[in-house]
Design a protein around this ligand. Structure first.
Ligand code: NAG
Ligand code: NAG
Ligand code: NAG
Length: 514
């Protein structure tokens, strides 16, 4: 309401200024006194500046000029070596009745969530190459350090867990699509290596790597395994294998940070149709023009081989007064195509092969391992998923995520991403004796809660300045200029009256149209 009023009065002011301006300019041109000329020139100049300042968003223009990734700038340093250290909390699902299940005493598996084991992630971008077309390519690189004070008494190097044997489940899944002869050969190998359906290792090794005979055997047989040991987070340490190409946003803020190529490819090849689209940013920044509360924005998740949508849900105020837009992954993101038809293109062969609501089949992009992603504890998933194992308690408080974005700067100022990693059981009947898990069941393995809460001072000060100081300065400047214009107009009118008062008749002739 008050906004409309201000705009209305501004327009009126501008109209008045314009009328006065025309009149005075005409007067100026007809009375060649140097003092008056100077006054007229100053007036014209001030009015021009005032109109510009009132009608354009100078801050936006300044941001346009200064955002974007460019070599040898402060922004480049923050982008390539972010002073932001996400906190990764890892929860594992310990299979507490593994023995009773193997003996057939317990028909249903029981899990107990253990953790969190908390790590701080250090990221950087390496092998950075700028291209002429306004894009830049890089590979991500990460390292992790344990944060004991946030791990509330958990010691991952000493706590032992009982987990499904992931390399075995992966091999079984690959064998399911193989010839019977290969399956029988594999049975001999697996028996020789004494592969069990469960592994008993420390939490630390399960995350970061343990010697697995099957995994090493696969590696020596020439399978492209980039890691020597098997661990569910091992692939996140060091330089990522994928090369990402994104727009720098330089002179084209509309595309700031948008990923345009993944490993040089314009589209993915794992799915069909729209699902192969490479779109969205890495989640740290977004083109500000997309942040209008109605547009769905995307994060490109290389490790899931897809983009994840984000929708605005509410306004929020964080960090002592900074207004942000809060976005969430829509609740139907992992729904079955019957419920969310947009997901049909993620089904591998046909719609029948689609998983129940709440699951995302990532196996086409994980070396054939039957990896299935979901929200933690199958939150928002098909109730049937709760029947597979006991011990899951979906809870929106603990298992929902969000991201907070600054509308003008387009940078993320905080948020939580919460995703669960599961294994699907796919086994050929000839290999039934290697695992008791029911074919087609989905076994929860771990879930990750990644959050950013502490921002470094250099980023915060930019955010505070844009949000408060700069806006205030802009407003003050607008009113000061308006006041100066009015004062000049007043002075001009006074002077004009004084010098022309005896000849007011000819004055009428000047103003009247021909
Ligand atoms: C996992 O379960 C086993 C079997 O119940 C138990 O001995 C072990 O202490 C559990 N691990 C943790 C970290 O709670
Ligand atoms: C950035 O510029 C420096 C020299 O100013 C150069 O050595 C370096 O290779 C450039 N980096 C990129 C990624 O282009
Ligand atoms: C930009 O140039 C790079 C290097 O030549 C190329 O790989 C990439 O596909 C180009 N991107 C676009 C959007 O044209």
């Amino acid at each position: 309401m008050s906004m409309d009023k201000t705009i209305g009065s501004t327009v009126k002011h501008q109209q008045q200024l314009k009328i006065g301006y025309k009149k005075q300019m005409k007067t100026c041109l007809r009375s060649p006194s140097w003092g008056l000329v100077l006054l007229c020139a100053t007036f014209a100049f001030t009015v021009t500046i005032t109109v510009v300042v009132w009608t354009t968003d100078l801050i936006k223009i300044a941001l346009n000029e200064n955002m974007g990734i460019e070599n040898n700038t402060a922004g480049y340093d923050i982008w390539s070596n972010p002073p932001i250290y996400p906190i990764v909390q890892v929860y594992l699902f310990n299979y507490t009745n593994a023995d009773a299940f193997a003996k057939g005493i317990d028909k249903k598996l029981r899990v107990q969530e253990v953790g969190p084991y908390v790590y701080r992630e250090y990221t950087e971008k390496v092998n950075i190459v700028f291209h002429d077309n306004g894009t830049v390519s890089y590979q991500g690189k990460s390292s992790f350090s344990f944060v004991p004070e946030l791990s509330v008494g958990h010691q991952p190097r000493h706590e032992r867990v009982i987990m499904p044997n992931i390399p075995l489940l992966s091999a079984l899944s690959v064998m399911k699509d193989n010839f019977l002869l290969a399956q029988i050969a594999f049975l001999a190998v697996a028996r020789g290596l004494e592969a069990e359906q469960f592994v008993r290792v420390t939490a630390h090794d399960f995350m970061w790597g343990y010697d697995d005979p099957l995994f090493s055997a696969a590696a020596t047989m020439g399978h492209a395994m980039p890691y020597k040991k098997f661990g569910i987070l091992a692939s996140r340490v060091g330089v990522r294998k994928d090369t990402v190409t994104m727009y720098t946003g330089k002179r084209n803020l509309q595309k700031l940070g948008m990923v345009t190529r993944f490993n040089g490819q314009e589209r993915l090849r794992h799915w069909s149709g729209e699902c192969n689209r490479i779109d969205g940013t890495d989640g740290t920044m977004f083109p500000p023009n997309l942040l209008d509360r109605n547009t769905t924005i995307y994060i490109f998740q290389g490790n899931m081989c897809r983009r994840l949508p984000l929708q605005y849900t509410e306004d929020a105020v964080i960090l002592g007064g900074i207004p942000v837009l809060r976005y969430r992954v829509p609740r139907n993101t992992f729904d079955n195509p019957d419920v969310n038809p947009e997901n049909a293109c993620f089904c591998h062969q046909d719609v029948e092969s689609c998983l129940p609501s709440g699951l995302f089949n990532a196996s086409p992009c994980t070396f054939g391992a039957p990896v299935v992603m979901s929200f933690p504890h199958f939150y928002l998933g098909d109730p049937a998923l709760q029947e597979i194992v006991d011990g899951l308690n979906p809870d929106p408080e603990k298992h929902d995520g969000y991201i907070d974005i600054h509308q003008e700067l387009g940078v993320s100022l905080g948020g939580r991403s919460r995703l669960q990693f599961n294994m699907m059981v796919r086994k050929p009947s000839a290999l039934n004796q290697l695992a008791d898990f029911a074919d087609g069941s989905v076994l929860p393995i771990a879930w990750f809660d990644t959050s950013v809460e502490d921002l470094p001072k250099e980023i915060l000060s930019v955010v505070y300045h844009v949000t408060f100081t700069t806006r205030r300065v802009e407003k003050i400047m607008q009113y000061v200029l308006l006041a100066v214009s009015c004062a000049l107009l007043y002075v001009l009118v006074r002077r004009f009256r004084n010098s022309r008062s005896p000849a007011s008749n000819s004055d009428a002739g000047i103003v009247a149209p021909i």
